[in-house]
Design a protein around this ligand. Sequence first.
Ligand code: GZL
Length: 320
Amino acid sequence: MNVTRRTLLGSALVASFVLSSQVFAAPALVMGFSQVGAESEWRTANTLSIKEAAKSDGVTLKFADAQQKQENQVKAIRSFIAQKVDVIAFSPVVESGWETVLREARAAKIPVILTDRAVNVTDASLYATFIGSDFVEEGRRAGRWLLERARKTPNASVNIVELQGTVGSAPAIDRKLGFEQAIAANPKLKIIRSQTGDFTRAKGKEVMEAFLKSQGKNINVLYAHNDDMAIGAIQAIEEAGLKPGVDIIVVSIDGVKGAFEAMIAGKLNVTVECNPLLGKQLMQVARDVVAGKTVPKRIVTEEGVFPAEVAAKEFPNRKY
Ligand code: GZL
């Protein structure tokens, strides 16, 4: 083979090696994310998942904590629009009051992705997709667990007190709805008191203290819309000289580590999983949306139900 051909072949081989060895980094993407706050173990895990996924996916994340205030989320979204980010994602603290700012994002041609909680808008085209749980089903799962347990004492009245999540939030509205749908099958199961504990341990304890003062030994079950309020309520039950998990059955939602520890200690009876680890899905969907790909309008996360009997075995596998 003559020199020229050998040189050409050699340089072609070198070029193809260089090209193939270059890892084509995903295109730069700037995401503005407005988070509800830092009110619960669930939220902490959710934030960590989003930040870690952004880092590993090479997404530049502008992160704003709204301290559970809608006006702070609106401000953050407006700031993301002014900064001309490529995509906006947020977990809306409450369902209503988003039309105006979402129209501003659309006018600026910035796609919006909802994570975790949904919004109530007349025009669903104001957001690209929703990634999160089916809260109504979570409420039904909690109710079905209680229905099953109540079958052991078919003639006993079951008085339930309910700690609701943040007023006006999708999880609070839907978990209440789903639970009531499920327990309607047994008229012996009655919700005798229901009040918001705003998804926090402190408020959950405070409201449970009030329930115990007014209802005392008349309470058979606590249904809490999240584990943090349940854990706060467990403290109140113990301070009232009662045994949580025994004198008062405790039913909760999220599946955070604190709930598994309470179940292992015999103080909580069941937790319905609500998966906060949405980060990876969010980054992938954000890239697809920015690339103009069609994405499903709703992406629901897979979740289970964990009664106390399986808590010790399952605990080592928990990721949040
Ligand atoms: C549910 C999420 C809720 C959790 C709470 O997806 O929005 O908010 O259940 C958290 O722990 O505060």
